[in-house]
Design a protein around this ligand. Structure first.
Ligand SMILES: *[C@@H]1O[C@H](CO)[C@@H](O)[C@H](O)[C@H]1NC(C)=O
Ligand SMILES: *[C@@H]1O[C@H](CO)[C@@H](O)[C@H](O)[C@H]1NC(C)=O
Ligand SMILES: *[C@@H]1O[C@H](CO)[C@@H](O)[C@H](O)[C@H]1NC(C)=O
Length: 157
């Protein structure tokens, strides 16, 4: 019989593994060939407002943001991941207006990108329900705002 503490550690361990596997499934697209300038414009025109609206007055600085991206493709990969991949406590943002605009923009400006294809029935099931705005979701969106801000800054020619 395993002690409770060990069971707990094991369950955390396997959850981490599970998440890593899903991340591996999602991160299949390489954003190097995207038109960064056009994406930056779309961000400023329509995505930024939609993100702000989602936050509904909650400042992204209220969350500790230690999120970082290296270059424009890396920023887009992280944006893609957080926007379309369900996480614990915030199962989906994919149906939100900013996500739909992000998807449309990436689809247009990134050759071969056709929306994040999570090849996983469970993830698809979760995605169907529209997420109520929880604090966890706001934290995710505050991360998105940071990533977009940084993308916008470093992709400027
Ligand atoms: C994407 O492709 C570029 C050029 O082909 C390569 O240098 C880069 O390492 C790739 N990035 C990832 C995350 O695979
Ligand atoms: C992204 O857009 C494409 C093309 O319009 C659509 O087929 C796909 O379902 C969308 N993906 C998400 C996650 O909304
Ligand atoms: C994932 O998608 C590919 C092509 O879309 C398909 O051939 C493959 O069977 C799928 N895998 C799973 C586990 O659904």
């Amino acid at each position: 019989i395993l002690p409770d503490a060990l069971l707990f550690v094991l369950s955390v361990f396997f959850r981490k593994i599970f998440i890593l596997q899903l991340v591996g499934l999602v991160l299949t697209y390489n954003f190097t060939d995207c038109d960064f300038e056009k994406i930056r414009k779309k961000y400023q025109e329509v995505i930024y407002q939609a993100l702000n609206k989602y936050m509904n007055g909650v400042k992204s600085t209220e969350f500790n943001n230690y999120i970082y991206c290296e270059d424009p493709p890396d920023c887009l990969a992280k944006i893609d991941l957080i926007t379309f991949y369900p996480t614990h406590g915030c199962t989906t943002l994919a149906k939100e207006i900013f996500a739909i605009r992000t998807n449309a923009t990436l689809t247009l400006q990134c050759p071969g990108y056709s929306g994040t294809q999570i090849n996983n029935t469970q993830a698809k099931k979760k995605r169907k329900k529209r997420q109520v705005t929880t604090n966890k979701c706001r934290k995710q969106v505050s991360h998105l705002m940071e990533l977009w801000r940084r993308f916008s800054r470093i992709s400027k020619q």
